[in-house]
Design a protein around this ligand. Structure first.
Ligand code: ADP
Length: 480
């Protein structure tokens, strides 16, 4: 047999090599000539790569390489290397009998047999599993790195010398580009509102096993913006005696801002509701006095004042209720067919009862049938009219203009009152917005917000034109 013959002539200590060649399970051995033609394989090679002697002996060893590696001339390069240097290592795929690629690590050695013939001995380790494992670890690592770099939270790691050894994109966005592994955490801490406190916490965390969570801290950004963070710190698992700390800073500026706004609104609403309520209590007390004195005229006056205060309270509560409904998209719209002019007439009558001293001039008309929520449109018109009166600054004249074509009907309410400052105009239909100079006039800033919600629910538009000090025109239009 070729194998026995070659080995016999090759080794003086034949028995030793024969037992290694035949019995090893880990070393897949291949013997070939200097042209790369395979002369022998051992049983370990057969077990791992599936080839029997007949499949492989006498063929060129390039058959074991992938097409890609053959194109790169890897087999030839390997041969040249081993012939030139007497030894070479390689790390690549080998293809098994079933065409499946296995990652291997091999060593080729140039040897000379007794007949002074050069041969190449190739010992191959199948490291496919290890390689696959390494590959998935790399992928996992990449994946983790990608998550950390893309999340909005600020994530960074400091070592026990308080130097930053890792930081994600959000960190750089807040504190500026820093050279990892080179920045002293103390320099960063200086930018924090309660930096010293955080530093103490951190030093404690370094000394003990415990980290900390939910420490609130303020940062003034480079753009001068104040940001509030919820900071948590964990000690990473100890590795090579290193005690690294992982920091996560979660931006809670908006949460705190929302909380503050909510508290402001509750305070403001409670304050506004207290006014008519206090008036009501006072009117009732005075009413009991006047009743005791049998003064009917005075008593009627206090009854009227009480009624007005109840109506004010009622309006505020209804607006608050509607605003919550509108805010959650649940404002009910009940459409019906009605005459638009008749609806306008009813709205004007309502205002006239409440404000008999004011004159409301009407221009234009819309004697047409529209399909809309009549009650809600009256609410919009009365709100525009009562604002025109409320912010009239003494001018008793309010004008209502109605226009229509086949598609839309437009209503405008024009007053010659306070007007609205240019910078306030974009916010005038926002919830709770009130212009600074009207804060002494009673109101809670929900009327126009509701008008907009109602008109938008009809697929219409609201807008305003105003000249500060001269007056305003509030518009709405809806499809007929
Ligand atoms: P409220 O009148 O209860 O404050 P609105 O939502 O109706 O609430 O109005 C919001 C704000 O818009 C008012 O506080 C006032 O500053 C301003 N505003 C509304 N209508 C007029 C108007 N006709 N003239 C001047 N300012 C107005």
């Amino acid at each position: 047999m070729l194998m026995r013959k070659t080995l016999n002539s090759l080794f003086t200590s034949y028995d030793l090599f024969d037992s290694l060649f035949s019995n090893t399970k880990q070393n897949n051995v291949l013997l070939m000539d200097t042209e790369g033609v395979i002369l022998e394989i051992n049983s370990a090679f057969s077990d791992v790569f599936g080839y029997a002697d007949d499949d492989i002996v006498g063929r060129h060893f390039s058959m074991l390489f992938t097409e890609e590696d053959q194109l790169k001339q890897l087999p030839q390069k390997e041969l040249n290397n081993v012939l030139e240097k007497g030894q070479c290592n390689d790390n690549n795929y080998l293809v098994n009998k079933h065409g499946i690629k296995r990652w291997v690590s091999g060593e080729s050695i140039l040897i000379t047999n007794k007949e002074s013939k050069h041969l190449i001995l190739k010992v191959i380790q199948d490291i496919h599993l290890q390689k696959t494992y390494e590959h998935s670890l790399e992928q996992l690592h990449d994946f983790n790195e990608r998550i950390i770099s893309t999340i909005d939270d600020i994530v960074f790691v400091v070592n026990d010398e308080m130097r930053i050894i890792k930081a994600n994109k959000s960190f750089h966005q807040l504190f500026g580009e820093i050279d990892n592994e080179n920045v002293d955490f103390n320099d960063i801490v200086k930018q924090l509102d309660n930096g010293d406190e955080l530093k103490n916490q951190m030093q404690q965390a370094l000394r003990s096993d415990a980290g900390f969570i939910n420490k609130e801290t303020q940062v003034i950004t480079r753009a001068g913006e104040k940001k509030i963070f919820d900071v948590s710190c964990r000690r990473l698992e100890e590795k090579d005696n290193k005690r690294d700390l992982l920091f996560i800073m979660h931006d809670i500026t908006m949460v705190r801002e929302d909380e503050r706004r909510r508290e402001d609104i509750i305070g403001f609403v409670a304050h506004e509701l207290r006014n008519p309520l206090a008036n009501l209590v006072l009117c009732n007390e005075l009413l009991s006095e006047t009743l005791k004195d049998n003064d009917i005229k005075e008593s009627l006056e206090f009854v009227t004042r009480s009624k007005n205060n109840i109506m004010r309270l009622n309006k505020m509560i209804a607006e608050l209720y509607d605003a919550t409904k509108a805010g959650s998209g649940n404002l009910q719209i009940e459409k019906q067919l009605f005459n638009f002019d008749a609806m306008i007439f009813e709205a004007i009558e309502t205002i006239k009862v409440l404000q008999p001293k004011y004159e409301i001039k009407v221009r234009g008309s819309a004697n047409i049938e529209v399909y809309a929520d009549r009650y809600r449109l009256i609410q919009v018109v009365t709100n525009y009219l009562s604002n025109g009166i409320k912010y009239s600054n003494g001018s008793a004249e309010v004008e209502l203009i109605v226009e229509h074509n086949d598609k839309i009907v437009t209503v405008a309410v024009k007053d010659k009152g306070l007007g609205i400052a240019k910078e306030n105009l974009p916010y005038i239909f926002n919830r709770f917005f009130r212009a600074e100079k009207t804060k002494n006039v009673e109101g809670i800033g929900l009327g126009l917000f509701l008008c907009r919600q109602i008109i938008q629910a009809h697929n219409g538009n609201v807008w305003v034109e105003s000249d500060e000090g001269k007056g305003s025109i509030f518009y709405f239009s809806i499809p007929v």
